[in-house]
Design a protein around this ligand. Structure first.
Ligand code: MG
Length: 335
């Protein structure tokens, strides 16, 4: 028998659902150690699903990229918001229905594969509009989107991420294209990607998991999405969000666990204890001192700083009037 305290985080779950950018890879390179962790999960019979909001690349392009980086990926364990949207539209619209696609060629291809008819003009009288991220989207297509919706087409979007991280900084994501249409059309589209339920539900359905764990780097899509779907989550610090984002979360936005990267899946889970206004996690302790949170310990490694952060988080969430700024500044090894 393994002592429960020594159990690995992943022991309590039967599948890991991974966000991609910031978790599995950083742009063109794999997150260090991620290939080995995913291989170990596969070898121990855990389900693995790669879940991406980016609707521009085809699922096969995502599979090829993952394989090139060394991950055991195939069409069956890659899910993009484009696939979820195409399948969902095929379920609610009669076969052959015209759909105005304002997205990549791959998105239009998935709509056709799903038995619908992609069109590019409001004059084709589409019954629905589907917006998806396309890095070379032509502005006149947004005109067609607005005109089609104004004439009665149902408004859909693959995902609504406001921004997209690149190696040169943040640029507008699918949410920017939706906002452009929203400046003319009242309301919002029905949306499928994280943090919305359809994508999370489909990812779980495809793994057949009963106890899935979502692993992500963004609070607003990954962690909120997991919470919306009633799933536990691990927030990793290898991507977009960091310690300040974690502390600033409200109820419904908080992860079940934190870790430096997906290597945390193979380590014992971090647990914090809160007694009054004293929070501890492993060797680290945070306490309330007047209106501030202070550390009574000196974390000097990534591991102990994550322990300290988890203690600070538990205390800060229990008493939102406390100022954690000074304590967070000491965690200089964390983003
Ligand atoms: Mg990400």
């Amino acid at each position: 028998m393994t002592d429960a305290a020594d159990a690995r985080l992943m022991d309590a779950y039967d599948a890991a659902l991974f966000d991609l950018d910031g978790v599995i890879y950083l742009g063109p390179v794999a997150v260090p150690g991620a290939v080995e962790v995913v291989a170990e999960l596969g070898a121990t019979g855990k389900g693995v699903m790669f879940v991406s909001n980016n609707a521009a690349p085809s699922p096969d392009t995502v599979v090829t990229k993952l394989q090139r980086l060394g991950f055991a990926a195939e069409r069956g364990n890659v899910l993009t918001s484009a696939q979820v949207a195409a399948d969902a539209l095929a379920e609610v619209l009669p076969a052959g229905s015209k759909v105005l696609v304002a997205g990549s060629a791959s998105l239009a291809g998935l709509i056709a594969e799903a038995g619908l008819t992609p069109v590019a003009s409001a004059d084709d009288e589409p019954v629905a509009v589907l917006q998806g991220y396309d890095p070379v989207l032509a502005w006149p297509l947004l005109d067609e989107v607005c005109l089609a919706i104004a004439r009665g087409a149902i408004w859909y979007a693959t995902n609504d991420d406001a921004s997209r991280p690149t190696d040169r900084g943040l640029v507008p994501g699918a949410g920017g294209m939706i906002a452009a249409v929203g400046s003319v059309i009242p309301g919002t589209p029905t949306t499928f990607g994280k943090p919305h339920r359809p994508m999370m539900a489909e990812a779980v359905r495809r793994t057949g998991a009963e106890r899935p764990l979502f692993v992500g780097d963004r609070i607003d899509t990954d962690i909120v999405g997991a919470n919306n779907a009633g799933m536990d989550s691990l927030m990793v610090f290898s991507g977009a969000h960091g310690k300040h984002d974690l502390i600033a979360t409200g109820p419904g936005e908080r992860p079940s666990y934190i870790g430096a990267d997906i290597g945390a899946l193979l380590q014992p889970p971090r647990r914090a204890n809160l007694t009054g206004q004293i929070a501890s996690c492993d060797s680290q302790q945070a306490v309330a001192e007047e209106s501030r949170i202070v550390l009574t310990t000196t974390p000097d490694s990534v591991t102990t700083q994550l322990d300290a952060l988890w203690a600070i988080a538990v205390l800060a969430w229990s008493a939102p009037y406390l100022d954690a700024t000074g304590a967070l500044e000491l965690l200089d090894l964390l983003p």
